[in-house]
Each structure stands twice: as structure tokens, then as C-alpha cells.
Design a binder for this molecule. Sequence first.
Ligand code: HEM
Length: 561
Amino acid sequence: MSAADTLSAAAAPGPEAVAESALSASTVFYWLLLPAVVLYFIYYRLQRRRMYELADKIPGPPGLPVLGNALSFIGKNEEIFERVYTMSFEFGSVVKTWIGPKLLIFLTDPRDVELILSSNVYIDKSTEYRFFKPWLGEGLLISSGQKWRSHRKLIAPTFHLNVLKSFIDLFNANSRDVVNKLRKEGTKTFDVHDYMSECTVEILLETAMGVTKSTQDKSGYEYAMAVMKMCDILHLRHTKLWLRPDWLFNLTRYGTEQVKLLDVIHGLTKKVLKKKKEEFQKGGGAKRYIASEQTDTAAAAALSANKGLRDDLDEQDENDVGQKKRLAFLDLMIESAQNGVVLTDEEIKEEVDTIMFEGHDTTAAGSSFFLSMMGIHQDIQDKVIQELDEIFGDSDRPATFQDTLEMKYLERCILETLRMFPPVPVIARQLHEELKLASMDVTLPAGCTVVVGTYKIHHREDIYPNPEVFNPDNFIPEKTADRHYYAFIPFSAGPRSCVGRKYAMLKLKIILSTILRNYRVYSDLTEKDFKLTADIILKRAEGFKVRMQPRVRRSAAVKAH
Ligand code: HEM
């Protein structure tokens, strides 16, 4: 050994010394970490002190330390739905639950709901909507602030009554297509939702997006199926605590599946956009719908689901003076972008994804529930058929806008379906400011999530006597006049109401009347057998099982009496 080696061996610390210094470093670290965690915890509690104080005054089930009531949200979708619904009977119209540190407050009194939905302050969506972001980006459903305001102003007129009227032929053609497709089921029991889903996607592609049938392929069906699976995943993320953090979710098989599903979904929207832009650049410009008539105010009101409530859609229909050029949704988006409105390609894509999702799954669920109810209530189906026979006689002619105004009983049946089975069963908002409720002496704390329980409100016995009975007479004018406006909110209400409300009502009337002019619907189950599942959109867990029999029409002479 050289002298230098001897020196360095003497200077270097031995193995024991290294272990000792490492131990002391980790000891110091833990000594510092512990008070840091304790201090952070104290700060966190102090910061939320007001929230805890106010929450203490709100009734709700007792929770476990740290987890709160998170265990109530474990299990199959249909079990969670049942559990949360049962809880609403125990604690009244204002109920709190804690999912870990997150405070959720369920509201089911129309007076309280009005405070939230009619307000221009409480319009921000809850943080749960962030799970939609990889899919819908900052589209109308989840955006907030100035972006939401300006996009809403741009998009709402594309659902103007005069644009909707120009869609009637396409609604009719697609409804006839679905009638033909249903033939292959014969008289056996099948799930009608698949048909409704595909049909609504195709209608959206043709009407809102302006993509002609000849350019479509199987992608409409694939898209509809991918949307259904995406909704399942999003629902899981709402209810399973461990799927909430993105980094953890991305490691699971659900994260991998989401990537594949979004490929299908965005694949279609990108294709639609590309095609539209090419058409535009070829010089054809956008497709124009020109209002050739002034809007009939009564007709506009007839498409309002909740006759007493007005929103920006009613205003634009009623204040439309003279001839105006009107564009369908995607045409307007592209033309606006060309004409200098600040709208990037990404923003257009996000709005297309939003309209495709919101406009499709909701209507598919609504129409499938409607057909299920017709299958169960043969006497009510008789009355709908009688009304349709009076309007159309034996003719196979397509429905006109005027015909849809005469489908008064059918309309009541659609509204009653949306009451009993609102496709969007809850609406959630984030509160940034405190809110004093109207129904009881309680103030909701800033920072909580408010869940408007549409399903529960629609099933309140004091508002709808015998709420579990399908009764279209709940919507005769005398009854609706007596009810609180916010007691029927399938399309939400106020500034963030559904922008496609009138489009949906018109489309539903045409599809459903066309089906019932051609088939009689039967069901072997009753509503008591339904297992409801709220995977974002309310559905039947067992599928929408019905049977259909081609109708033998009565002769016109018999019908006249
Ligand atoms: C029966 C059919 C439908 C029902 C029950 C329904 C229901 C709703 C509800 C409850 C909301 C509010 C959601 C929330 O605040 O979380 C909403 C928003 C929305 N709906 Fe619909 N919808 C239907 C059909 C449609 C259609 C056909 C379209 C478009 C073609 C559409 C487009 C939208 C959009 C873009 C929003 C977001 C509006 C905003 O935040 O400004 N919906 N819908």
C-alpha cells in the first residue's frame, strides 16, 4: 500500500460512520416532516373552518373519519343509485355527504334549486366535470367564465326555431330508416336503446354537422358504442376514490381503455370537421338556412318543455324580426372562424364533441324510456295511436312541423317520461360564494359542490301525487300552472339550460310518432322491474327490453268517428 493510499484510507469514513450519518439525516427528515404535516393539517382545517361550521348545521348520514360517506358510493351503479335515492327519504330536501374531504350537498326543493339554476353567479360546473376534459375539452358543457358566455352566445342561435324547421325532412328520413331497421327484430324481445342511439347519432351528423348520409359509414354506430363505454368509465371515476387522481387512473386498465375509446370518438369528430372545412374551402361556403317566415311565437313556445320558464332560446325565437340568415351549428362555427371570430380549430372540435355527446346519449335514453313506457301502458299507447291516426289517417306521409304541434298527447307522454326518467338525473355546480337557502335556515358554504337532484324532485309525492305512476295528465295545463317552475327541470333551466332543448323535443316527436305509426310496442317487464343506473345518463341496467309488432291500421272511415 502506498503512502497516499494509507492517507486516504485514514481520511475516509468507515461503514459504521456512513450508516450513522445516513441515520441522522433520515431522523432529522422525519423530525421535520412530522411537524410539517401537523402544521399543514391545522392550516387546512382552519382554512376550512367556516365550511365545517356551516356543514354541521346540514342534515346528512354520519360518516367515518377521513373517508366520510365514501363507502356509500361503492358497488354496482344500480346499487349506488338505489342507496343515494333511499338516503334522500331519510334526511329531507337538503342533505350533505362527505366523500373524503369533498363536501356534497344535495338539493331537492324547487325553491332552493331556483336559487342555483336561475343565477348568473352559481354557474360554474363542479370539479367532477373535469373527468370529461380529455373528451370534451373546454366545450360548452364544462367551460366557464367569458369563454362559456361567448360560446353560448354563438351557439344558441344555431338551434333557432327556423333552423330546426329546416331539419324536419332529415328527422323524417332518419325516422323512416329506423322503422325499416327495426323490422329485422320481428316480434322477439330486444334492446331498443341500440337503435335509438345509432339513429340519434346519425341525425346529429346530418343536421347539426351537415354530413350527408352518403359520406357516412359504420362510424356512427361505433361512435355511439364508444360513447356508452366512456360514460361507464366517467361514472366509475365519480364514485371510486382511487380512480380520481389522473396519474393513478392512467395506470389502470380503465385509463388504457379510455385512450382507445377517445380514438374512436375523436376520430369521427375530426373526420367530420375535415370534410366540412374542405367543402368550405372548395368555395361552396357554408350551407345557409334562410328564414322565410317570421317565427310563430306560439310554435316556439310549444317546444318548451317547461312552459313557465324562459331562457335565451325563447328570447331569440321571439325577438326575431324580419328575414334572417341562419346557419346550422357546424357551418356557423366554421364560418365564424373564417370571419375573424376568435375560434381555434381545437375550440371548434371541442364544441363538436360536446354537441355530439350531449345531443346523442340524452335523446337516446329519453326515447328508449318512452318506448318502454308505451310497452307497459297499453291504454296510454292506445291514446297516442288514436291521436296519430287522427292527424295522419292512413297516410304514410312524413310529419310536418304543424303536425308536431298537434301531437299534444304524445308531447305529454314525452314530458311524463322525462319526469319519471330524466336522462340527466343530477346537475352539479361548484359554489365559490356562500348561499342562503330558501327552504330552511341553512347557508351553503363556499367550496362545496351542490348537486341538484332532478330525479328526486321529479319523484316528490307532494309535487306529483303517486309519483311512481306513469300519468301523462301530470302535464295538462291546469296541473303545470299550479306547480313551481323548478319542479320540472329535465333540461335544467336558467342561463345554463340545455341549448338543444327545442331540437330534442322536435326530434323526439318525429322519431317516436313515426315508430308508433308503424309498430305497436309491448313490454314483458313493468317499471317496478327496472334497475336504474345513473352512469352519467340515466339508463336501465338490464337494457331497454321491448317487443314490437307491425301495426294494422284502421281505415280512414272508421277513424273519422
Ligand atoms: C332529451 C334530451 C336532452 C336532455 C334531457 C338534455 C338535458 C340537459 C341538461 C340537464 C343540461 C344541463 C347539464 C348540466 O348543467 O350539467 C344540458 C346541457 C346541454 N345540452 Fe342538453 N339535453 C338533451 C338534448 C340535447 C341536445 C339534442 C343537444 C344538442 C344538439 C344538447 C346540448 C346541450 C349542451 C351543449 C349543453 C350545455 C349548455 C351550457 O352549459 O350552456 N342537449 N342538457
